[in-house]
Design a protein around this ligand. Structure first.
Ligand code: LM2
Ligand code: CA
Length: 477
């Protein structure tokens, strides 16, 4: 399940966090033009609705399934199906964020599709009721296999707790049994049959690899699978336990890259020359990589230490490196702005999510920043080309080419750097895609603000000042 296929040489996915299905559908044609292969969408299943939370309707209510009816804050089943078919027609794949480790927290209520739910007892598997699946108490892990006294995961060094007890109190499905497996497999097969191409498996660390293998093995249609395993070191469960069954999110990547860009924790850009497996990461062909995700950008899920849109200059540098460097399947984050880490997306007072308006102050749309989408274009132009012509100043200035297809230079020094480089590129004029502000890549309809001439020997002289808005230059065939 580790393989993915993209149309037209596009090789980057984007997470459109909390977007409605109607907005994704109307954007898919443009996403294809920008070079995106696929969209990771927010969880489409029926979820708990926390109208009385402070703030009301938090984003994380969608990580509390009530049933597998496809009616959520992003839209109903018809809107979801329309999105899938519209995006497929535009050549853009849909990857579903799949929450199958657990159902809701304690308490009871009515879900986003109108189904009742009851989380039952806080300490035992008594009283759980999800009639629209249906699941009852016997479908949840309990005292017989969860070895913590609270029923929750209290010790991440204890593998049985991590996989059989409740993650922050969320009712933990008994995926060792056939019936719960059949229910989650049925949900996954339903959306495959509607045209979904892949799955992000939420909370994979909290499920046994063998149970996941059994669920995936019963699916038809060869979906692309990538599993969310938060492995930042120091725990017995590792990302490598899951790589035989699909790709895995490599959380060490964004943390280390952010440190290098910030010159934090003893890191520097010059150390990136062997970024990848040599750093203790999983194999590049097993990895999904990202600078930040919807959790760690707000201090959830292994949060802290990663660059986000709130530090735009360094964030653009980190994304430029990720998209230029050949390790893993890259995922670009697309966020909404927030002060409170629990706040849901821009919406009305009843929790109805607003239509997306990129750059209106609420929807950040990093995937539409020219410095990011033009680097998606560079990534796609350089697929399969090795890193060559590495140069660094021993500290915070680096440059490299991707074979004879692309060349990138980054200067995070406190001073200007001018250097004559071997670019690896064929002789000719190249426009810097970082500064070129066309509506479509590369630079279509825009004015080239930073062109270079590469001579017959492949060399060119380039300067980046420490006062430049974006301390990056990027050129590709
Ligand atoms: C994930 N990956 O493994 C998601 O990426 C992450 O966003 C999910 O947590 C998590 N797993 C479970 O699916 C989020 C959020 C939590 C939130 C849960 C459930 O990060 O904070 O927990 O969703 O909605 C919330 C409250 C928490 C409370 C819990 C149960 O924030 O304080 O814990 O509900 O009531 C008592
Ligand atoms: Ca579990």
């Amino acid at each position: 399940f580790g393989g993915y296929s993209c149309e037209d040489g596009r090789d980057v996915m984007v997470h459109l966090f909390e977007w409605k299905w109607s907005d994704i559908a109307s954007n898919c044609h443009r996403l294809a033009q920008l070079g995106y292969c696929a969209v990771q969408v927010s969880p489409p299943h029926e979820h708990a609705v926390y109208a009385n939370n402070d703030p009301p309707y938090p984003w994380w209510q969608r990580y509390q399934p009530v049933s597998y009816i496809v009616t959520s804050r992003s839209g109903d089943e018809a809107a979801f199906q329309n999105m899938v078919s519209t995006c497929n027609a535009a050549g853009v794949k849909i990857y579903v964020d799949t929450v199958i480790n657990h159902m809701t927290a304690g308490g009871s209520g009515t879900g986003s599709a109108g189904s009742s739910w009851n989380g039952g007892d806080d300490y035992t598997n008594i009283g759980q009721d999800y009639p629209s699946v249906p699941f009852g108490p016997g479908d949840f892990n309990g005292a017989d296999n969860c070895p913590s006294s609270s029923g929750n995961i209290d010790d991440y060094q204890n593998v049985d707790q991590v996989r059989n007890c409740r993650l922050v109190g969320l009712r933990d499905l008994r995926l060792g049994d056939d019936y719960p497996r059949d229910m989650v497999r049925g949900y996954m097969q339903k959306v495959i049959d509607w045209g979904v191409a892949g799955f992000r498996i939420d909370a994979a660390k909290h499920m046994w690899p063998g149970d996941l293998g059994s669920i995936y093995g019963g699916l038809s249609g060869s979906p692309f699978i990538y599993q969310e395993v938060i492995d930042q070191g120091g725990e017995p469960i590792t990302a490598g336990e899951y790589t035989s069954m699909g790709r895995v999110t490599e959380f060490k990547y964004g943390l280390s890259l952010s440190d290098c860009v910030r010159a934090a924790n003893g890191q520097k850009l010059a150390y990136l020359s062997n970024f990848g497996e040599d750093w203790g990461f999983i194999g590049g062909l097993s990895a999904v990589v990202f600078v930040d995700n919807h959790d760690n950008q707000r201090g959830h899920g292994g949060g802290g230490g990663v660059l986000t849109h709130k530090e735009p200059r360094d964030y653009k540098v980190a994304n430029a490196f990720m998209l230029a460097w050949p390790y893993g399947y890259p995922r670009v984050m697309s966020s909404y702005s927030f002060e409170n880490a629990d706040a849901g997306p821009p919406s009305d007072g009843s929790g109805n999510t607003n239509d997306v308006q990129c750059f209106d102050g609420d929807w950040v749309c990093e995937h539409e920043w020219r410095q990011i989408h033009n680097m998606v274009g560079l990534h796609n132009a350089a697929v399969g080309e090795p890193v060559a012509n590495w140069w660094d100043n021993g500290n915070m200035a680096i440059a490299f080419s991707r074979g004879a297809k692309a060349f990138v230079f980054i200067n995070k020094e406190e001073f200007s750097v001018t250097q004559t480089f071997q670019t690896g590129l064929p002789a000719g004029e190249y426009c810097d895609v970082i500064s070129c502000d066309g509506n479509l890549p590369p630079c279509t309809g825009g004015e080239c603000l930073g062109s270079i001439s590469v001579d017959d020997a492949g060399t060119a002289t380039v300067t980046i000042s420490n006062t430049d808005t974006d301390p990056i230059r990027a050129y590709h065939v």
